[in-house]
Design a protein. Structure first.
Length: 359
Protein backbone atom coordinates (compact mmCIF):
# COMPACT_ATOMS: atom_id res chain seq x y z
CA UNK A 1 0.00 0.00 0.00
CA UNK A 2 1.29 3.44 -0.88
CA UNK A 3 2.50 5.39 2.12
CA UNK A 4 0.37 8.33 0.94
CA UNK A 5 -2.77 6.19 1.04
CA UNK A 6 -2.27 4.87 4.58
CA UNK A 7 -3.58 7.94 6.45
CA UNK A 8 -6.62 8.14 4.16
CA UNK A 9 -7.36 4.44 4.60
CA UNK A 10 -7.26 4.58 8.38
CA UNK A 11 -9.21 7.83 8.49
CA UNK A 12 -12.01 6.31 6.43
CA UNK A 13 -11.98 3.18 8.60
CA UNK A 14 -12.28 5.25 11.77
CA UNK A 15 -15.15 7.28 10.35
CA UNK A 16 -17.11 4.44 8.74
CA UNK A 17 -16.32 1.44 10.92
CA UNK A 18 -17.94 2.38 14.26
CA UNK A 19 -21.13 3.70 12.63
CA UNK A 20 -21.65 0.38 10.86
CA UNK A 21 -20.67 -1.71 13.86
CA UNK A 22 -22.94 0.11 16.28
CA UNK A 23 -26.16 -0.51 14.36
CA UNK A 24 -27.50 -3.79 15.77
CA UNK A 25 -28.63 -6.69 13.63
CA UNK A 26 -32.35 -7.00 14.32
CA UNK A 27 -34.79 -9.84 13.61
CA UNK A 28 -38.58 -9.61 14.04
CA UNK A 29 -41.18 -12.37 14.17
CA UNK A 30 -44.14 -11.18 12.05
CA UNK A 31 -44.73 -8.55 9.39
CA UNK A 32 -46.92 -6.14 11.45
CA UNK A 33 -44.33 -5.97 14.24
CA UNK A 34 -41.54 -5.83 11.65
CA UNK A 35 -43.31 -2.75 10.28
CA UNK A 36 -43.22 -1.02 13.66
CA UNK A 37 -39.53 -1.87 14.10
CA UNK A 38 -38.76 -0.66 10.58
CA UNK A 39 -40.54 2.62 11.39
CA UNK A 40 -38.33 3.13 14.43
CA UNK A 41 -35.15 2.14 12.54
CA UNK A 42 -35.93 4.33 9.53
CA UNK A 43 -32.75 6.00 8.28
CA UNK A 44 -30.54 3.94 10.59
CA UNK A 45 -30.93 0.29 9.64
CA UNK A 46 -33.34 -2.37 8.44
CA UNK A 47 -34.68 -5.33 10.45
CA UNK A 48 -34.98 -8.89 9.10
CA UNK A 49 -38.38 -10.63 9.01
CA UNK A 50 -38.62 -14.17 10.42
CA UNK A 51 -42.11 -15.38 9.36
CA UNK A 52 -42.57 -14.95 5.63
CA UNK A 53 -45.51 -12.82 4.43
CA UNK A 54 -48.59 -14.91 3.75
CA UNK A 55 -47.74 -17.64 6.26
CA UNK A 56 -49.63 -18.37 9.45
CA UNK A 57 -47.53 -17.53 12.52
CA UNK A 58 -49.27 -20.22 14.58
CA UNK A 59 -47.39 -22.99 12.76
CA UNK A 60 -44.28 -22.37 10.68
CA UNK A 61 -41.04 -23.98 9.52
CA UNK A 62 -38.05 -21.66 9.32
CA UNK A 63 -36.27 -21.23 6.02
CA UNK A 64 -32.45 -21.31 6.11
CA UNK A 65 -32.27 -17.54 5.48
CA UNK A 66 -34.66 -16.85 8.36
CA UNK A 67 -32.71 -19.11 10.70
CA UNK A 68 -29.52 -17.30 9.66
CA UNK A 69 -31.14 -13.92 10.42
CA UNK A 70 -32.01 -15.14 13.90
CA UNK A 71 -28.51 -16.48 14.42
CA UNK A 72 -26.92 -13.20 13.36
CA UNK A 73 -29.27 -11.03 15.39
CA UNK A 74 -28.14 -8.85 18.28
CA UNK A 75 -31.76 -8.02 19.07
CA UNK A 76 -34.97 -10.00 18.44
CA UNK A 77 -38.49 -8.61 18.77
CA UNK A 78 -41.42 -11.02 18.98
CA UNK A 79 -44.99 -11.07 20.26
CA UNK A 80 -44.37 -14.04 22.54
CA UNK A 81 -45.01 -17.77 22.85
CA UNK A 82 -48.81 -17.47 22.79
CA UNK A 83 -48.62 -16.53 19.10
CA UNK A 84 -45.58 -18.53 17.98
CA UNK A 85 -44.91 -21.38 20.46
CA UNK A 86 -42.63 -23.06 17.90
CA UNK A 87 -40.33 -20.00 17.95
CA UNK A 88 -39.50 -20.28 21.64
CA UNK A 89 -37.05 -23.17 21.19
CA UNK A 90 -35.58 -21.61 18.06
CA UNK A 91 -34.79 -18.43 19.99
CA UNK A 92 -32.88 -20.43 22.58
CA UNK A 93 -31.00 -22.38 19.93
CA UNK A 94 -30.32 -19.73 17.29
CA UNK A 95 -30.47 -16.44 19.19
CA UNK A 96 -28.96 -17.42 22.52
CA UNK A 97 -26.60 -14.44 22.50
CA UNK A 98 -29.21 -11.91 21.39
CA UNK A 99 -31.39 -9.66 23.51
CA UNK A 100 -34.94 -10.95 23.08
CA UNK A 101 -37.84 -8.52 23.60
CA UNK A 102 -41.29 -10.07 24.08
CA UNK A 103 -43.74 -7.28 23.28
CA UNK A 104 -46.66 -8.84 25.16
CA UNK A 105 -44.50 -8.29 28.25
CA UNK A 106 -43.66 -4.66 27.45
CA UNK A 107 -44.74 -2.08 30.02
CA UNK A 108 -48.08 -0.57 29.06
CA UNK A 109 -49.25 -3.42 26.83
CA UNK A 110 -52.96 -4.16 27.21
CA UNK A 111 -53.59 -7.92 27.00
CA UNK A 112 -57.08 -9.35 26.51
CA UNK A 113 -58.03 -12.91 27.52
CA UNK A 114 -58.74 -15.52 24.88
CA UNK A 115 -62.42 -15.98 24.03
CA UNK A 116 -63.20 -19.69 23.95
CA UNK A 117 -66.82 -19.47 22.80
CA UNK A 118 -67.86 -19.49 19.15
CA UNK A 119 -70.48 -16.80 19.73
CA UNK A 120 -69.97 -13.34 21.20
CA UNK A 121 -72.98 -12.57 23.31
CA UNK A 122 -73.63 -8.92 22.45
CA UNK A 123 -75.50 -10.17 19.44
CA UNK A 124 -78.01 -12.17 21.45
CA UNK A 125 -79.66 -8.80 22.06
CA UNK A 126 -79.79 -7.87 18.41
CA UNK A 127 -77.31 -6.18 16.14
CA UNK A 128 -74.78 -3.55 17.08
CA UNK A 129 -77.12 -1.10 18.76
CA UNK A 130 -76.45 0.61 22.05
CA UNK A 131 -78.05 -2.14 24.08
CA UNK A 132 -75.93 -4.73 22.32
CA UNK A 133 -72.76 -2.83 23.12
CA UNK A 134 -73.75 -2.42 26.76
CA UNK A 135 -74.37 -6.15 27.14
CA UNK A 136 -71.33 -7.32 25.19
CA UNK A 137 -69.38 -9.52 27.60
CA UNK A 138 -65.86 -8.26 27.92
CA UNK A 139 -65.79 -5.94 24.88
CA UNK A 140 -66.82 -2.60 26.29
CA UNK A 141 -65.18 -3.34 29.62
CA UNK A 142 -61.94 -4.03 27.82
CA UNK A 143 -62.45 -1.02 25.59
CA UNK A 144 -62.79 1.15 28.69
CA UNK A 145 -59.63 -0.41 30.13
CA UNK A 146 -57.96 0.11 26.77
CA UNK A 147 -58.80 3.81 26.71
CA UNK A 148 -58.31 4.57 30.40
CA UNK A 149 -54.96 2.82 30.78
CA UNK A 150 -53.19 3.53 27.50
CA UNK A 151 -49.52 4.31 28.08
CA UNK A 152 -49.92 3.76 31.85
CA UNK A 153 -48.27 1.30 34.20
CA UNK A 154 -48.30 -2.22 32.67
CA UNK A 155 -49.13 -4.02 35.88
CA UNK A 156 -52.23 -1.91 36.49
CA UNK A 157 -53.39 -2.45 32.91
CA UNK A 158 -52.82 -6.15 33.02
CA UNK A 159 -54.57 -6.66 36.35
CA UNK A 160 -57.60 -4.71 35.17
CA UNK A 161 -57.84 -6.61 31.89
CA UNK A 162 -57.41 -10.09 33.31
CA UNK A 163 -60.22 -9.52 35.82
CA UNK A 164 -62.51 -10.25 32.85
CA UNK A 165 -60.85 -13.55 31.88
CA UNK A 166 -62.87 -16.63 30.86
CA UNK A 167 -66.05 -14.58 30.20
CA UNK A 168 -67.44 -15.23 33.70
CA UNK A 169 -65.49 -12.61 35.68
CA UNK A 170 -63.30 -15.22 37.40
CA UNK A 171 -62.68 -14.75 41.12
CA UNK A 172 -59.54 -13.21 42.55
CA UNK A 173 -57.95 -16.58 43.25
CA UNK A 174 -58.15 -17.46 39.55
CA UNK A 175 -56.79 -14.04 38.68
CA UNK A 176 -53.77 -14.59 40.92
CA UNK A 177 -53.14 -17.94 39.28
CA UNK A 178 -53.16 -16.25 35.90
CA UNK A 179 -50.73 -13.61 37.11
CA UNK A 180 -48.37 -16.38 38.22
CA UNK A 181 -48.60 -17.99 34.79
CA UNK A 182 -47.99 -14.62 33.15
CA UNK A 183 -45.02 -13.95 35.41
CA UNK A 184 -43.60 -17.25 34.13
CA UNK A 185 -43.22 -15.52 30.76
CA UNK A 186 -46.15 -17.26 29.16
CA UNK A 187 -44.92 -20.86 29.30
CA UNK A 188 -48.42 -21.97 30.25
CA UNK A 189 -49.73 -20.88 26.86
CA UNK A 190 -53.28 -19.99 26.02
CA UNK A 191 -54.42 -17.43 28.63
CA UNK A 192 -54.10 -14.22 26.62
CA UNK A 193 -55.05 -13.36 23.09
CA UNK A 194 -51.72 -12.77 21.30
CA UNK A 195 -53.11 -10.72 18.38
CA UNK A 196 -52.35 -7.56 20.32
CA UNK A 197 -50.77 -5.69 17.40
CA UNK A 198 -54.30 -4.99 16.14
CA UNK A 199 -54.70 -2.52 19.01
CA UNK A 200 -53.44 0.93 17.97
CA UNK A 201 -52.81 1.68 21.66
CA UNK A 202 -50.48 -1.32 21.89
CA UNK A 203 -48.75 -0.33 18.66
CA UNK A 204 -48.05 3.13 20.07
CA UNK A 205 -46.76 1.60 23.31
CA UNK A 206 -44.56 -0.81 21.39
CA UNK A 207 -43.01 1.94 19.30
CA UNK A 208 -41.60 3.36 22.53
CA UNK A 209 -40.51 -0.07 23.78
CA UNK A 210 -38.78 -0.78 20.47
CA UNK A 211 -37.02 2.61 20.54
CA UNK A 212 -35.87 1.98 24.11
CA UNK A 213 -34.44 -1.46 23.31
CA UNK A 214 -32.70 -0.19 20.18
CA UNK A 215 -31.31 2.82 22.03
CA UNK A 216 -29.90 0.57 24.74
CA UNK A 217 -28.12 -1.51 22.11
CA UNK A 218 -27.14 1.52 20.00
CA UNK A 219 -26.89 4.67 22.16
CA UNK A 220 -25.38 6.76 19.37
CA UNK A 221 -28.62 6.55 17.38
CA UNK A 222 -31.01 6.89 20.32
CA UNK A 223 -32.20 10.32 19.16
CA UNK A 224 -33.17 8.97 15.74
CA UNK A 225 -34.98 5.98 17.23
CA UNK A 226 -37.08 8.04 19.63
CA UNK A 227 -37.83 10.71 17.01
CA UNK A 228 -39.03 8.01 14.61
CA UNK A 229 -41.15 6.44 17.33
CA UNK A 230 -42.79 9.80 18.08
CA UNK A 231 -43.59 10.32 14.40
CA UNK A 232 -44.99 6.80 14.20
CA UNK A 233 -47.32 7.46 17.14
CA UNK A 234 -48.59 10.63 15.48
CA UNK A 235 -49.30 8.66 12.30
CA UNK A 236 -51.29 6.06 14.24
CA UNK A 237 -53.26 8.78 16.03
CA UNK A 238 -54.29 10.23 12.65
CA UNK A 239 -55.12 6.75 11.38
CA UNK A 240 -57.68 6.23 14.16
CA UNK A 241 -59.91 9.00 12.88
CA UNK A 242 -59.59 7.72 9.32
CA UNK A 243 -60.63 4.18 10.36
CA UNK A 244 -63.57 5.48 12.40
CA UNK A 245 -64.76 7.24 9.27
CA UNK A 246 -64.43 4.09 7.17
CA UNK A 247 -66.37 1.99 9.68
CA UNK A 248 -69.10 4.48 10.58
CA UNK A 249 -71.53 3.64 7.73
CA UNK A 250 -71.30 -0.09 8.58
CA UNK A 251 -71.79 0.04 12.35
CA UNK A 252 -75.22 -1.61 12.24
CA UNK A 253 -73.82 -4.63 10.39
CA UNK A 254 -73.45 -8.10 11.87
CA UNK A 255 -70.43 -10.20 10.91
CA UNK A 256 -68.56 -13.43 11.63
CA UNK A 257 -64.76 -13.74 11.40
CA UNK A 258 -62.77 -16.80 10.39
CA UNK A 259 -60.70 -17.06 13.55
CA UNK A 260 -60.79 -15.06 16.73
CA UNK A 261 -57.90 -12.75 15.90
CA UNK A 262 -59.66 -9.39 15.90
CA UNK A 263 -60.91 -8.57 19.39
CA UNK A 264 -58.21 -5.90 19.87
CA UNK A 265 -59.38 -4.20 16.68
CA UNK A 266 -63.03 -4.70 17.69
CA UNK A 267 -62.38 -3.17 21.11
CA UNK A 268 -60.33 -0.25 19.81
CA UNK A 269 -62.99 0.82 17.31
CA UNK A 270 -66.12 -0.38 19.17
CA UNK A 271 -66.97 -2.72 16.30
CA UNK A 272 -67.65 -6.19 17.76
CA UNK A 273 -67.93 -9.38 15.74
CA UNK A 274 -70.84 -11.76 16.24
CA UNK A 275 -68.63 -14.83 16.51
CA UNK A 276 -65.60 -16.70 15.16
CA UNK A 277 -65.49 -19.96 13.24
CA UNK A 278 -62.18 -20.94 14.85
CA UNK A 279 -60.53 -20.07 18.16
CA UNK A 280 -57.58 -17.72 18.58
CA UNK A 281 -54.92 -20.24 17.58
CA UNK A 282 -56.73 -20.95 14.28
CA UNK A 283 -57.04 -24.68 14.98
CA UNK A 284 -59.69 -26.53 12.99
CA UNK A 285 -63.15 -25.91 14.45
CA UNK A 286 -65.21 -28.84 15.72
CA UNK A 287 -68.43 -29.79 13.89
CA UNK A 288 -70.36 -28.53 16.93
CA UNK A 289 -68.67 -25.12 16.70
CA UNK A 290 -69.41 -24.88 12.98
CA UNK A 291 -73.04 -25.75 13.72
CA UNK A 292 -73.19 -22.96 16.33
CA UNK A 293 -71.91 -20.46 13.79
CA UNK A 294 -74.36 -21.68 11.14
CA UNK A 295 -77.22 -21.20 13.62
CA UNK A 296 -75.98 -17.70 14.47
CA UNK A 297 -75.81 -16.78 10.78
CA UNK A 298 -79.43 -17.78 10.22
CA UNK A 299 -80.89 -16.64 13.55
CA UNK A 300 -79.16 -13.32 14.19
CA UNK A 301 -79.21 -11.67 10.80
CA UNK A 302 -75.51 -12.04 10.05
CA UNK A 303 -74.85 -10.40 6.70
CA UNK A 304 -71.11 -10.95 6.32
CA UNK A 305 -68.66 -13.80 6.95
CA UNK A 306 -64.95 -12.97 6.65
CA UNK A 307 -62.34 -15.50 5.51
CA UNK A 308 -58.53 -15.19 5.68
CA UNK A 309 -55.91 -15.84 3.01
CA UNK A 310 -53.85 -18.10 5.29
CA UNK A 311 -56.61 -20.66 5.91
CA UNK A 312 -58.94 -23.11 4.16
CA UNK A 313 -61.81 -21.22 2.45
CA UNK A 314 -63.84 -24.43 2.41
CA UNK A 315 -64.76 -23.95 6.07
CA UNK A 316 -66.26 -20.55 5.31
CA UNK A 317 -68.11 -22.06 2.36
CA UNK A 318 -69.60 -24.70 4.69
CA UNK A 319 -70.74 -22.04 7.16
CA UNK A 320 -72.38 -19.88 4.51
CA UNK A 321 -73.91 -22.70 2.46
CA UNK A 322 -77.52 -21.80 1.72
CA UNK A 323 -77.34 -18.50 3.62
CA UNK A 324 -77.92 -15.09 2.07
CA UNK A 325 -74.68 -13.51 3.24
CA UNK A 326 -71.75 -11.78 1.66
CA UNK A 327 -68.19 -12.97 2.16
CA UNK A 328 -65.02 -10.95 2.35
CA UNK A 329 -61.37 -11.39 3.26
CA UNK A 330 -59.66 -9.98 6.34
CA UNK A 331 -55.92 -10.39 6.76
CA UNK A 332 -54.49 -9.69 10.23
CA UNK A 333 -50.95 -10.23 8.94
CA UNK A 334 -50.89 -7.96 5.89
CA UNK A 335 -49.70 -10.84 3.71
CA UNK A 336 -50.36 -8.99 0.44
CA UNK A 337 -48.49 -5.88 1.54
CA UNK A 338 -44.84 -5.03 1.05
CA UNK A 339 -42.97 -5.54 4.34
CA UNK A 340 -41.68 -2.31 5.79
CA UNK A 341 -42.63 0.77 7.74
CA UNK A 342 -45.79 1.42 5.75
CA UNK A 343 -47.31 -2.04 6.28
CA UNK A 344 -48.80 -1.50 9.74
CA UNK A 345 -51.04 1.52 9.02
CA UNK A 346 -52.13 0.01 5.70
CA UNK A 347 -52.97 -3.26 7.47
CA UNK A 348 -55.40 -1.54 9.85
CA UNK A 349 -56.84 0.52 7.01
CA UNK A 350 -57.41 -2.65 4.96
CA UNK A 351 -59.21 -4.40 7.83
CA UNK A 352 -61.63 -1.49 8.17
CA UNK A 353 -62.18 -1.27 4.41
CA UNK A 354 -62.81 -5.02 4.07
CA UNK A 355 -65.44 -4.90 6.82
CA UNK A 356 -67.15 -1.80 5.46
CA UNK A 357 -67.36 -3.27 1.96
CA UNK A 358 -68.75 -6.58 3.18
CA UNK A 359 -71.38 -5.17 5.55
Amino acid sequence: MSRNLVPCFFASTILAGPALAEVPQVAVDIAPVHSLVARVMDGVGAPALIVAPGASPHEYSLRPSEAAAMQDADLVFWIGPDLTPWLEDALGTLSGEAQVVGLMEADGTVALPIRENALFEAHDHGGHGDDGHDDHAGHDEHADDHDDHAHSDHDDDEHADHDHADHDHADHEGHETHEEDHAGHGHDHGHQDPHAWLSPDNAETWLNAIAAALSSADPDNAGAYFANAAEGREEIASLRAEIDGILEPARDGNFIVFHDAYQYFESAFDFPASGAISVSDASDPSPARVAEIQERVSAQGVTCVMSEPQFDPGIVAAVTDGADVKTGVMDPMGSDLEPGAGLYPQLLRNLATALAECL
